[in-house]
Design a protein. Structure first.
Length: 255
């Protein structure tokens, strides 16, 4: 049995063998100034709407709260690197917002958290592009202005597979780079060039120079290969630029 009423779907998991009952509830604009009040008000609104229909539910039935995505239309946003990106609403799933244990999922929490912290720009990996329309809809449901979005390209192994903690531990642990003798400034310089290009085509530059010149317009769309040989070369450039005293001090932990 499904009663449709707008932006939030409440789904109960009844005892084994029983059917699942769904209810929907308009989210409206959440009140309160802290995370707990916003998340709590979302659940309270749903609970108030359901009051009087408790007889339809099994006593103590566990439930989740889902967002109710419109069946028709388009949800779009402008990515500062990739331009306008559109998604057909019929292809967006009704994401769980509040789990059966009462805790919010990432999708609800990140929208509430970013709004309350007055985040203006969201930079994250391109694997989050498919989740962004859900977040845009939540901003619309709450009546909030969404932040600007930038989705950066993935970091890739030599075989162009995605770098991951499980498959590429040598490229994901900062302690590992330190233990192998890579200088912090060399690693920062190298990482800056993975997905961004210097306006003068330079490969060696300081962190201050990177900060002064950085602009989303120079972010790349394609994934970048983590070239360990290039990092080793760049580390050598920085090591040769050190004074004898500085180099001696930095080598001390390895002796």
């Amino acid at each position: 049995m499904i009663l449709s009423h707008a932006c939030i779907t409440v789904e109960w998991s009844r005892p084994p063998g029983a059917t699942t009952i769904r209810r929907t509830r308009l989210a409206g604009q959440a009140g309160g100034r802290d995370r707990a009040s916003v998340l709590g008000n979302t659940a309270v609104r749903a609970a108030v709407w359901l009051h009087g229909r408790a007889g339809e539910l099994a006593a103590g039935a566990r439930h989740v709260i889902r967002m109710k995505v419109p069946d028709e239309g388009i949800t779009s946003f402008v990515d500062l690197v990739r331009g306008e990106i559109q998604f057909e609403n019929r292809l967006i799933d009704d994401q769980v917002l509040m789990k059966s244990d009462g805790f919010p999922t990432y999708h609800l929490a990140v929208v509430v958290d970013d709004h309350l912290m007055e985040i203006t720009h969201v930079l994250r990996g391109e694997e989050w592009i498919s989740s962004t329309p859900k977040h845009i809809l939540l901003y619309q449901f709450f009546g909030w202005e969404p932040p600007l979005h930038i989705h950066t390209p993935l970091l890739l192994n030599d075989d162009r597979s995605k770098i991951s903690k499980r498959k590429s531990p040598d490229k994901t642990r900062l302690e590992g780079f330190r233990d192998r003798g890579f200088l912090p400034e060399a690693l920062l310089n190298f990482l800056a060039l993975l997905g961004w290009s210097h306006p003068e085509g330079k490969e060696i530059f300081s962190l201050d120079e990177f900060i002064a010149l950085f602009h989303p317009d120079r972010l790349l769309k394609a994934g970048s290969v983590f070239d360990m040989n290039k990092l080793i070369w760049m580390n050598g450039v920085y090591m040769r630029a050190l004074s004898i005293d500085d180099l001696t001090e930095r080598l001390a932990p390895y002796t």
